[in-house]
Design a protein around this ligand. Sequence first.
Ligand SMILES: Cc1cc2nc3c(=O)[nH]c(=O)nc-3n(C[C@H](O)[C@H](O)[C@H](O)COP(=O)(O)OP(=O)(O)OC[C@H]3O[C@@H](n4cnc5c(N)ncnc54)[C@H](O)[C@@H]3O)c2cc1C
Length: 360
Amino acid sequence: MLSLFRKKPKNITLASTGQQFVAAPGETILQAALREGIRFPHSCRVGGCAACKCQLEDGKVKELTESAYVLSGDDLDNNYILACQSVPKTDVKIGLPHWDARSPSHDIRHILGQVIQHQVLTHDISAVTIRLEAPLDFTAGQYANIRLLGCDAPARSYSFANTQQSAKGLELEFYVRRVDGGALSPLLTSQQVLGEAVEIEGPLGDFWLRPDDTPILAIAGGSGLAPLISLLRQGIVDGCQRPVTLLFGARQQRDLYAMEEIQRLSEQWQAPFEFVPVLSHEAEESSWSGYRGLVTEAIEGRIGGDTQVYLCGPAPMIDAAIAECQKFSVRPSQIFFDKFLDSRDLAATQSAGRKMPAFA
Ligand SMILES: Cc1cc2nc3c(=O)[nH]c(=O)nc-3n(C[C@H](O)[C@H](O)[C@H](O)COP(=O)(O)OP(=O)(O)OC[C@H]3O[C@@H](n4cnc5c(N)ncnc54)[C@H](O)[C@@H]3O)c2cc1C
């Protein structure tokens, strides 16, 4: 009797509009919404991007994976869940207070392309340029899944860093960091990738420059510069007049890249632009006269309660930066981030999800 009860469809109500739809047994909130033609924010659909985060206002769900890796502590405290990873256990009421109706809603496409340029930027980061066989609409800050055809490596996510329309087609530049032992990044960061055929799936993600007139604090770690450069470049095109501080956390001088590109951005930006590279592991005796320490230590003095914050890079850096920004009274709704999760994080997410009790 109990199992029969559990297998009944569950009603889902959207708090903002009162719209109601039904989830079949085992269906996630996102699957049910999309099947019923309800407009619902989403992107990767596998618990990696948080575009579908929503607030559980009433009822209970079973989470398929651990959402703590992609959501912030504040989100978790406020009952946020990922719609793509949450199966209703009871009728539920869902809020979407974070959803901005202006969020990008480009069609997600699969397009073939070819690697036409490969440039070594640092000892472990390369710029990889792919020319697509068909046009692709996206918003600066978004990412794509890249699959290298003709090899077994799985597709991985990479943020658009730069884009250019040539006579031969749309050219997309990505900054890829080699992860030792990784399936795809060692191939993409090798010169031998030049000329190889790829498939792009995208655009994905909900990281984009929100129109406002407040100061911008952008913080990148490692290869996390890519989407920030992309959205700042878009800001120049759009005539953005907001003061910008860009903090870039790296280990040593040899890890710094895209410096000329950032210099150009700062010259073209139509308001004050401060760039602060921060090195965490530079030798004491080196010639470096810039900022040393953790990138989060450089936040103090560069932030106010009205600052809008954009974070991109490894998950621990983002979690630490969010905590730091909140010390300076920045509202959680003004902090946007893209966590560069890899399969280690996702493996941890999934094993934690299996052990987790259902979210109540
Ligand atoms: C939204 C998003 C945007 C991103 N943008 C960028 C970007 O612009 N640039 C960039 O460089 N990266 C980016 N990333 C990260 C990128 O998608 C890849 O995760 C990264 O390149 C590593 O991929 P890989 O296939 O080389 O390594 P993986 O095969 O994922 O392996 C990563 C590491 O984990 C280890 N590992 C693999 N499986 C397991 C397991 N089961 N248990 C324990 N350890 C394991 C491997 O040995 C290796 O050390 C982004 C990620 C996301 C989610």
